[in-house]
Design a protein around this ligand. Sequence first.
Ligand code: GLN
Length: 447
Amino acid sequence: ACLEEIARRDSSINAFLSLQEETALETAREVDRKRKAGEPLGKLAGIPVALKDNICAKGATTTCASRMLEEFTPPYDAHIVEQLRAADAILIGKTNLDEFAMGSSTENSAFQTTANPWNTKCAAGGSSGGSAAAVSAGFTPLSLGSDTGGSIRQPASFCGVVGLKPTYGRVSRYGLVAFASSLDQIGPFARDITDAALLLETIAGKDQRDTTSLDAEVPSYTKNLEKPLENLKVGYIEHLHEAGLHEDVKAATQQALEVYKSLGAELIPVELPHAKYCVATYYIIAPSEASSNLARYDGVHYGYRAKQFDNMIDMYAASRGEAFGDEVKRRIMLGTYALSSGYYDAYYLKALKVRRLIRNDFEQAFQKVDIIASAVTPTPAFEIGELVDDPLAMYLADIFTTSANLSGIPGVSIPAGMSQNNLPIGLQLLAPPLEEERLLRAARMFE
Ligand code: GLN
């Protein structure tokens, strides 16, 4: 049924870059056989799941929406793909993204732009726009994305679905193509909190192959989901919401806080004095790590190689020059600059120090409150083409999301309202490290 819906409607959404139709149907038949034979079945038996196309699955192309990896088929599964297969899930396809996950609209994809299922003139958000749109359009009940600075939460907000970024290290990054390794984290998209909790408990946990993955027990996130949190203290960030917030987003956020109040929660203003530096800090650290991670695409080890070149250096330059898009080149230049000797102390090192201050702000805030509620993005979905020529405006919209990545804490976007022109608006909830259970229960209360 999912494949039929995709065949019928994805030409107007462009959520998928590739479909694994045959293997999906094969898995479905195998699950059916097991069920009939009375064999034990996994947690996600027979449930279709789509993967952002920067997550490796054996035998399926993993393009990162880049000409560089257009032909790349990984010979191995990402850790989370192994977990999904073990849970008897059905992998149906790979979804569109901004090239190498750099962007907020999927307009930086080398292949196609994903439309917002609520209004196809509008962006689905990004960089995991394909995964968000696939769930929003009803193509698949579950999908996975990656969030380096908001790429799960922002498209979830634009498309009216649930999107969760786990604690840094909660989910193994083995098999996720690296963008900014100290910020990247894989997480679920779903129609509701219960489904997101189920998918998260399937993929979370320690993996030897990712040394930053945490050796902490994975609770059953679905188990206590229906139990409301008592004496819940909800923090809100007053000053961040003053400047540049769209009226409808402001109203939806305000209303959401009222909902918590009516559920018996206490609303407490919190100070995050360094939050205003998040975007500046993020756009030094993320491009710096990206410039290093993307050095591996040299035309030799992976991916595209130019046809014409004079010598080895020229081959590197021509391959990278021809295969990377403008935004990727912009990030590589920014990052190389910030890391170069003479500028390292002034930019990269300074950014690391500010990152620590941002993290400390959250540690202090969470002494007073259990969760922090805020907007996800300053506006509802913008139109396709509206911001694409203004990268700085696009970057500035990451004001509410990047702080969670810089401080490693979990965050979720849940549908909270609609704008006057009928576009979804999300609410962001943040919790201390490894408190996904609290986050999900708080979100479920709101739902
Ligand atoms: N919009 C941010 C960026 O362009 C976040 C991307 C992400 O989380 N992958 O870098």
